[in-house]
Design a protein around this ligand. Structure first.
Ligand code: P6P
Length: 337
C-alpha cells in the first residue's frame, strides 16, 4: 500500500531522489494535473451541462469535434500558456502548434496532448481520457517552430494520461517508473495510489477492434488467430478479449493487470501506417508502458525510436505485456515486406 501522499509531495521527493524534475517540469505537471481536474468536472456534468454532442466543427484529422474535445483543448491551452514553463503546445485538436504569446515568458518545455481521447464514448458514458507528452525544446532562442516538436519519443521528459472513469486517475512517468494518483473529490487532491507499476510479462487478454480483421496484415491475422484457437491451438491457453475504444481505458487496464493492445496498419488506408497518432497518443503510452516493463512497437521497430516527419503523423501500435508484443513483432520479422 503506497503512502497517501499528494502529487506535489511525490514530485518534490522525486526531484530530491533523482534530481530530474526541475522546477519548470514540476510546475508543468502540476498545471496539467489541475487542468485535468477541470476537464473532469465538465466530463462528469454530462447531460446536466452543455457538454455533450458535437461542436459543429472538424479537427485536423477530418474528424467531427465533440463539444468536450473543444472544451478540454481550451482548458489545457489556457492553463498552460502563462506559467513560463512552456515554449509551445501541440494538440490533436489544433492544426498547428500554439506558441506561448509574447506577453508571457517562454519556458524550455514543449507540451503535446490529445485533450479528450475516446470521444466516441462521451455520449454513451464510457471511460475517456486526456493524454499528454512533454519534450524539451532544443536550443535557447525564443523562436519555436513545428520542427522543434519532431523528436523521437525516447526524448520525452515526462508523459501521462488522466482517465475519467469510475475513478478519476492520473498516471505519470518522469522516467523513473510509473505512478498512479486518484482524485480525492472531497479535498480536490491527487493522492498517490500506486507506484512502481509493473505490467506482467505474459497475459491471456488482447485488445483489438475485431471488426477490422479482414483488413489486417498477415502477421496480425496470425497472432489473433492463434489467440482465438485457445488451449487447443499453438498458444496452449485460452484468451479473453477487451476493446473499450478509448486507448486510455485499454492502456490503463494493461498497466493494471497486463494484456496486449493493438491498433495495426490495415488495408482500408494503405498509405497511412495506422489510425493512432505518434506524437500525442503512441509516444506517451509507449513511454509509460516501457517504464512499467512492457514493450511498444509498430510491428517493426520500437515506437520510442521513430523519428517523426510530421506533427500529426500516424503509427501502427502494438503495446503491453513484453512476451506478447515480442511475439507479434517477431511474426512481422518472419513475413517478407
Ligand atoms: P475504433 C479513439 O477515437 C481512438 O483514437 C483510441 O482512443 C481508440 O483506441 C481508437 O481510436 C478506437 O478506434 O476504430 O475502434 O473506433
Amino acid at each position: 500500500m503506497p503512502r497517501r501522499i499528494s502529487l506535489t509531495q511525490y514530485l518534490v521527493e522525486q526531484q530530491r531522489e533523482h534530481g530530474h524534475i526541475p522546477g519548470q517540469l514540476r510546475l508543468l505537471i502540476e498545471v496539467v494535473a489541475r487542468a485535468c481536474k477541470r476537464i473532469a468536472i465538465s466530463v462528469n456534468k454530462g447531460a446536466l451541462g452543455d457538454v455533450l454532442g458535437t461542436a459543429g466543427s472538424e479537427n485536423v484529422q477530418g474528424e467531427v469535434q465533440k463539444k468536450l474535445d473543444v472544451i478540454a483543448n481550451e482548458v489545457l491551452v489556457e492553463a498552460n500558456e502563462w506559467g513560463g514553463h512552456l515554449a509551445a503546445m501541440a494538440s490533436e485538436e489544433m492544426d498547428s502548434i500554439h506558441v506561448v504569446p509574447n506577453r508571457y515568458p517562454q519556458g524550455e518545455y514543449l507540451l503535446l496532448f490529445d485533450p479528450l481521447d475516446g470521444s466516441s464514448n462521451i455520449d454513451v458514458n464510457v471511460s475517456i481520457g486526456t493524454i499528454f507528452s512533454v519534450l524539451r525544446k532544443q536550443g535557447h532562442t525564443r523562436g519555436v517552430s513545428e520542427e522543434d516538436f519532431l523528436q523521437p519519443g525516447k526524448h520525452q521528459a515526462a508523459a501521462g494520461y488522466c482517465v475519467y472513469g469510475p475513478q478519476t486517475t492520473l498516471v505519470l512517468t518522469v522516467g523513473s517508473g510509473v505512478a498512479m494518483f486518484t482524485l480525492d473529490r472531497e479535498t480536490g487532491s491527487w493522492l498517490l495510489t500506486e507506484e512502481g507499476v509493473q505490467i506482467p510479462e505474459d497475459t491471456k487478454e488482447f485488445a483489438i477492434n475485431m471488426s477490422n480483421m479482414r483488413h489486417w496484415a498477415p502477421p496480425v491475422k496470425r497472432y489473433i488467430d492463434e489467440c482465438l484457437q485457445g488451449k487447443e491451438g499453438p498458444r496452449g491457453k485460452d484468451f479473453n478479449m477487451r476493446w473499450v475504444a478509448s486507448m486510455v481505458a485499454d492502456v490503463h487496464r494493461i498497466l493494471t493487470r497486463g494484456g496486449v493492445f493493438m491498433y495495426p496498419w490495415d488495408q482500408r488506408e494503405p498509405d497511412k501506417p495506422g489510425k493512432l497518432r505518434l506524437m500525442y497518443e503512441a509516444n506517451p503510452m509507449a513511454f509509460l508502458v516501457e517504464q512499467a516493463g512492457g514493450r511498444a512497437t509498430n510491428g517493426h521497430e520500437r515506437i520510442l525510436d521513430i523519428v517523426p516527419k510530421k506533427l500529426h503523423e500516424r503509427v501502427s501500435v502494438m503495446l503491453g505485456s513484453r512476451h506478447e508484443v515480442e511475439r507479434v513483432t517477431g511474426y512481422h520479422a518472419d513475413t517478407p515486406a
